[in-house]
Design a protein around this ligand. Structure first.
Ligand code: DAH
Length: 333
């Protein structure tokens, strides 16, 4: 039966066209094409009904009405769908892959600090903190750094001119964590075994190995009979623990106002030596400044650059990377 075939073809084409319409305008032109009264496909079908054999006509006519009604219904459904675009968009598609969950992490310097604290803790050193804003007593005077010493040059430090009056004297961002040695000794009696890890500030020109803010680990051990040999043991155990068992420590004679004798400390690294900081036996003047008797107690101290260790171990060649907050860099650690 030709007419019946034409009906199902018409219905399939209408379903297709309604589905393809994604706007009210598109759907309206599909409506005109499939359900328009004056011309279009419905008129053609009607003509086909008229041409069918008289005895078939009741059946064909009934089918025509049915298909017309169904297509009208489909149009309404599609109209309703297009009226609610938001609902269509928020419908959950359970077959889509989930969104990746991005976890934050601690900054690589923070991780290094925590690891250092843990390592030094094994040697009996307790981690303590000190303020980043300091007075001259703790940053210089008690550390035996005299007035005319170049380290006190205002151009080499971050002084707060505006805060001076309120503080009753010059204040600055600490230029070294050695300040914490003084704060600890002022508040407690020997034996002392502490480390202090934190930020220090110097108005250095920034390049791949210098920044105006970096981190140091200060160490201080004071007691009845503390020796240079113990200092060497502690530093080499520390360096081996962090950088590897084959690492060696070398002391070079040097000068710091707060230690006597003073050394610069190198560790062997990739066939050469890398400088990791300064150290020495606490100067008697420093012990006296905090009320200790240099005849009774002795001590060693050291100050190490944290970035320096961290950069070596992770092969980081530019200190600026630590401060750029580039997630692709930071997420490697
Ligand atoms: N404070 C020194 C600096 O920042 C490093 C240092 C050297 C610390 C010798 C010490 C020390 O405790 O004994 O350059």
């Amino acid at each position: 039966m030709d007419a019946l075939e034409a009906f199902s073809e018409y219905e399939a084409a209408a379903i297709e066209a309604f589905r393809a319409a994604t706007s009210a305008e598109e759907l309206e032109s599909a409506r005109v094409e499939f359900l328009g009264q004056k011309k279009g496909r419905l008129r053609d079908l009607q003509k086909a009904v008229g041409k069918s054999k008289p005895e078939d006509r009741p059946v064909v006519g009934k089918k025509f009405n049915e298909v017309k009604q169904r297509v009208g219904q489909l149009l309404e459904e599609r109209q309703a769908e297009l009226d609610q675009p938001a609902a269509a968009l928020t419908a959950i598609d359970l077959t889509l892959p989930g969104e990746p969950l991005v976890l934050g992490r601690r900054h690589v310097i923070t991780q290094t600090i925590d690891e250092f604290k843990e390592l030094m803790g094994r040697f009996g050193f307790t981690a303590v903190e000190g303020p980043e804003i300091e007075d001259e007593t703790h940053n210089f005077v008690a550390l035996n750094i005299p007035e005319e010493h170049p380290a006190r040059d205002p151009l080499d430090n971050f002084y707060f001119a505006a805060a001076e009056a309120a503080a009753g004297g010059p204040v600055l961002l600490r230029s070294q964590t050695s300040t914490v040695q003084i704060r600890v000794m002022e508040q407690s009696k020997p034996p002392i075994r502490i480390v202090s890890l934190g930020r220090v500030y110097r108005p250095d020109k920034i390049d791949d190995t210098h920044h105006f803010m970096f981190h140091q680990m200060e160490g201080l051990m004071v007691g009845d009979d503390v020796t240079m040999a113990q200092l060497k043991t502690v530093l080499s155990l520390f360096a081996k623990s962090y950088l590897g068992d084959d690492v060696e420590v070398r002391f070079r004679p040097s000068f710091f106002p707060f230690t006597e004798p003073s050394v610069e400390v190198d560790v062997s690294w990739q066939g050469g030596w890398m400088e990791i900081g300064g150290a020495g036996m606490v100067d008697p003047n420093v012990l006296r400044a905090v009320g200790y008797d240099p005849e009774e107690v002795s001590g060693f101290a050291f100050g190490l650059g944290i970035e320096r260790f961290c950069m070596r171990r992770h092969n980081i060649t530019d200190i600026r990377r630590f401060h750029e907050n580039n997630v692709r860099f930071l997420s490697q650690f």
